[in-house]
Design a protein around this ligand. Structure first.
Ligand code: GTP
Length: 323
């Protein structure tokens, strides 16, 4: 058995105002929360027990995911009263599973804002065969400047964790999915604010532990900005002009395209044009609106003939998004 921890408690400040009412991992990608895509990937790799490490807007997860049985997963919820950072969150969540697993059972940790189709099963196998303390999924990116980069040697052993820099020495970056040996998690201080990226991983290297690189350049997206969220949703809608949820009514004269995602209980009136957008549940878009690259908040009425591009729409507000 392999168990998982999903880190879903961050504030998601880069996604504001979209994260005012909805935590980043509950934002929809092709009509399903990011966390649901991750649970499906975890299940496909044989993970049947998962802890959601919640903090910010923690109460929004349980009504949707319940006990996880709908996904064939035993789901538990860990709560931080104050966000404990990535390392502190992992340690806190592990309290719910450490007593149930053996010393050599890997714990897979997912950053809750990543869409990835990498071979998780192969990452877990590499972790076991390399006797690593932790095995990190790395991806190569065209421009590593916005990220910290992670160099490794010819045996795939990570040699350093470098902060963002103008001239990165490698294009491999931390993709946000880690396989841990349980002992490493046990050694993180309980109840303290700790970062895995800035504290736990560098300390493992300092103390001579094996930190193994698993490079897999399959589809990967950090959906932490509005542009990335819209891109991710379009990627998952794929070659379809749009997808639509249940009980939605779309006028025959509406033109919808650009891999838009229309949620449940949505009404789209006459002569509306929508491209490359996310329309959440319960929205009404009145006649004659022209919308492109927009995110429409749940239960919003968009007044007739509204024109917007690259924006967040809610309660009569149109807020431009940074692209
Ligand atoms: P930004 O504020 O936009 O950077 O987003 P963020 O708050 O989500 O931070 P970041 O992208 O660095 O976080 C990576 C992942 O870890 C996300 O899935 C977060 O939800 C999660 N995360 C970050 N900090 C915490 C925390 O203190 N507790 C928990 N449970 N999860 C966290």
């Amino acid at each position: 058995m392999t168990v998982g921890i999903l880190l879903v408690g961050g504030f998601g400040t880069r996604l504001l105002p979209l994260t005012n009412k909805t935590p980043k991992p509950m934002l929809p990608i092709a009509n399903l929360p990011v966390t649901e895509h991750q649970l499906l990937a975890a299940k496909a790799a044989g993970i049947t027990k998962v802890v959601l490490a919640t903090a910010y807007l923690a109460e929004t997860f349980t009504p949707y995911f319940g006990d996880g049985s709908k996904w064939g997963i035993e789901l538990k919820y860990a709560l931080e009263t104050e966000p404990l950072g990535t390392g502190g969150a992992i340690r806190n969540a592990a309290e719910l599973i450490l007593s149930e697993i053996s010393q050599d059972e890997p714990i897979v940790v997912f950053n809750g804002d990543v869409l990835s189709r990498h071979d998780l099963g192969a990452q877990i196998k590499l972790h076991q065969s390399s006797s690593a303390a932790v095995t990190l999924h790395l991806v190569n990116v065209e421009d590593a400047r916005p990220y910290g980069c992670v160099p490794f040697d010819e045996n795939g052993r990570v040699t350093d964790f470098l902060e963002k820099m103008e001239n990165p020495i490698t294009d491999s970056i931390n993709a946000g999915c880690y396989v841990f040996s349980p002992q490493v998690i046990k050694e993180i201080a309980l109840g303290k604010v700790v970062s895995v990226e800035r504290e736990v991983f560098p300390q493992l290297l300092k103390s001579g532990k094996v930190v193994q690189a698993f490079v897999d350049n399959s589809y990967w997206l950090d959906m932490g900005t509005p542009k990335a969220l819209l891109t991710g949703s379009q990627d998952y809608v794929g070659s379809r002009e749009f997808i639509v949820g249940e009980n939605s009514k779309i006028s025959a004269s509406a033109k919808i395209g650009g891999a838009s995602a229309i949620g449940n209980n949505v009404t789209i009136e006459e002569n509306v044009e929508i491209r490359s957008s996310i329309i959440r549940d319960g929205v009404t878009i009145a006649q004659g609106c022209k919308l492109e690259n927009v995110f429409v908040e749940a239960d919003t009425r968009v007044p007739e003939k509204t024109q917007a591009s690259g924006a967040y729409l809610a309660d009569g507000e149109i807020i431009p998004l940074k692209f």
